[in-house]
Design a protein around this ligand. Structure first.
Ligand code: FMN
Length: 319
């Protein structure tokens, strides 16, 4: 399970950054993996409304959204933006990321593709501001509502703090740590308690990708599906996106990862049948499905359907 923090503050030792790191530390205590996108140090350009995403499902702007952030947004189970209020909304740096999430909205709403984690992902925001007005966070809340919709995250609310101006103010706040711990237990706790299935293979480019995607798509927020390879490829198999798209499942921005051999899980599935597949240690269930060749979509379709059936049986066997 990945909890993705997005720090929107441009200043060092920021209040927002402190809130975010406190949140992520609590999530790690529950077993989550965490990652922070620090928007101020990333190369994230503003949207230019080129409309390519609405027609083709990708953004032609070549920056860190393309190389990193879209993938992280797709992998995240929980998305946590943290930002100071600048003129009644998020900082411009964070707003650039938010606007560029239009690509993910377009894939869903224009191309009718389903993100496999769309029934799992939660969104929760953290914010601070110097003044105390009643409407201080209303603009941000609306922006977050539509950002979370674009990235297929359920809007689970936010924690906001008024009267916070100077670096270090948040650290002195009397209830902040308790507020965050309670929030993380409520929000992340149920996701951390899910049964976990791990799919392992050689490159994490095809079979394990499809198996995890089907599991996420079919089981929703009931199962935590992880995957990885012993020697991850640079990118997923070029035809995987096309054959999964025939099933309405969107594999865009999915990246191969390595699998930590120490990862604990309720069920571990090991793909075998390829000459380079890792040898099972005896602790896994083995799915013998040789890796398909790059050029043949029909073979890949048969592999896809086999994995789909096996995932359905696997899920039916889990209480
Ligand atoms: C450009 C700018 C605009 C700001 N606009 C607001 C505002 O509209 N309302 C407010 O209460 N505080 C505003 N602030 C104050 C910040 O929200 C406040 O200093 C906050 O603690 C900064 O958080 P950080 O430490 O996470 O960066 C603004 C600050 C800056 C630099």
């Amino acid at each position: 399970m990945l909890v993705l923090g997005i720090n929107g503050s441009p200043r060092k030792k920021s209040n927002s950054g402190f809130l975010l790191s406190t949140f992520l530390e609590e999530a790690e205590k529950l077993g989550a993996r965490t990652h922070v996108v620090d928007v101020n140090s990333q190369n994230i350009l503003p949207c230019r409304e080129l409309i390519v995403c609405e027609k083709k499902g990708f953004c032609p702007i070549d920056d860190d959204m393309k190389t990193e952030v879209y993938s992280l947004l797709r992998e995240a189970d929980v998305v946590v933006p943290a930002t100071p209020i600048f003129f009644y909304n998020a900082t411009a740096q964070l707003k650039a990321l938010i606007d560029r999430s239009q690509t993910l909205w377009a894939r869903k709403s224009r191309l009718n593709l389903s993100d496999p984690k769309s029934k799992i992902r939660r969104g929760f925001y953290l914010s601070v501001a110097a003044t105390r007005g009643k409407q201080l966070f209303e603009g941000l809340d609306l922006t977050m509502k539509y950002f979370f919709d674009a990235v297929d995250a359920r809007h689970d609310g936010g924690l906001t703090y008024r009267g916070v101006e100077h670096s270090g103010d948040m650290e002195k706040h009397p209830t902040m740590k308790d507020d965050i711990r309670d929030t993380v237990n409520t929000l992340v706790g149920p996701l951390a308690k899910r049964k976990k299935i791990v799919f392992g293979g050689h490159q994490d480019a095809c079979r394990s990708q499809m198996a995890a995607a089907f599991t996420n798509y079919l089981a929703g927020d009931q199962i935590d599906a992880e995957r990885g390879g012993s020697k991850p490829a640079q990118r997923i198999h070029p035809l995987v996106g096309a054959v999964m798209r025939e099933k309405g499942i969107d594999m865009a921005f999915h990246q191969p990862r390595s699998l930590n051999p120490a990862t604990k899980a309720d069920r571990i599935i090991q793909f075998t049948g390829g000459s380079e597949d890792p040898t099972p240690t005896g602790n896994e269930e083995v799915w013998e499905i040789p890796p398909p060749s790059e050029e043949d979509p029909d073979t890949l379709r048969r592999v896809r359907d086999d994995i789909d059936q096996r995932v359905q049986s696997l899920l039916a066997s889990i209480d």
